[in-house]
Design a protein around this ligand. Structure first.
Ligand code: PRP
Ligand code: URA
Length: 243
């Protein structure tokens, strides 16, 4: 069943009056402590408008998806632990009390669509290790099937940024987390980076894995009879790689 309409909101900076800002459909807010939704800024909404448009060609789809993915990676990194780190600047020997990242990370993409998120991760984390899990959703039943995984040997000692742009029923992402847990990765060290999620998929994910943090740019309206996200953007993998 298709859920009720997503909320509409004036989009723009706080200092502008509502009458100066256009109305747009923004992400639903769900009551799950482990879900972080990116701020619904004019920039993000414009990028999402572009990639949702069925008339957007593949080159534009790739360019604008990449920009959203970069925002997701940048936000995802904010959820990794940091420790105090004080440095000395070149000016008068003065110090600056800052922080630095603690701990090792790796990316794990759910093939094929999740591979589209690897480049942004590499741009932010030079020479990051990346594992792969090949899970495909059956087109008739929407059930996921696991075909292959190849992960860093020491993955159980790393924070894992799990990459997949679409969370529909949640079946594929849940299966991927099961693979990571079977390799010894603690649930609380998994961050799932996602472009568009359904409320249903997010709820099942949050129920089964309450310690995995989901960072998404948008919780959409719902799912249709074929378990596609609505209004969604169609098949992400097809639009990014083959259409
Ligand atoms: C898509 C998407 C997710 C999954 C989401 O992949 O990238 O992995 O479907 O659906 P779910 O939440 O209902 O499991 P798909 O299996 O179509 O393969 P692709 O990446 O090759 O397009
Ligand atoms: N996979 C996609 O690419 N899109 C959907 O809406 C659902 C699964």
């Amino acid at each position: 069943p298709v859920a009720e309409r997503a909320p509409s909101q004036c989009v723009g900076p706080d200092y502008k009056a509502a009458s100066e800002k256009p109305q747009a459909t923004v992400s639903k807010q769900l009551d799950h402590e482990n879900v972080t939704v990116l701020s619904q800024t004019p920039q993000l909404i414009a990028l999402l408008t572009m990639i949702r448009d069925k008339n957007t060609n593949r080159a534009d789809f790739i360019f604008h998806s990449n920009r959203i993915i970069r925002l997701l990676v940048e936000e995802g990194l904010n959820h990794l632990p940091v420790i105090p780190h004080t440095i000395t600047t070149p000016v008068n020997g003065l110090t600056y009390a800052g922080v630095k990242f603690e701990g090792k990370i790796c990316g794990v993409s759910i093939m094929r669509a999740g591979e589209a998120m690897e480049q942004a991760l590499r741009e932010c984390c030079r020479s990051v290790r990346i594992g792969k899990i090949l899970i495909q959703r059956d087109e008739d039943t929407s059930k996921p099937r696991l075909f292959y995984d190849k992960l860093p040997e020491d993955i159980s000692n790393r924070w894992v940024l799990l990459l997949d742009p679409m969370l529909a029923t949640g079946g594929s992402a849940l299966m991927a987390v099961d693979v990571l847990l079977s390799k010894g990765v603690p649930e609380e060290r998994i961050l799932f980076l996602n472009l568009i999620a359904s409320p249903e998929g997010t709820a099942s994910f949050a129920k089964k894995f309450p310690k995995v943090r989901i960072v998404t740019s948008f919780i959409d309206q719902g799912l249709n009879e074929k378990n596609y996200i609505v209004p969604g953007l169609g098949d992400f993998g097809d639009r990014f790689y083959t259409l």
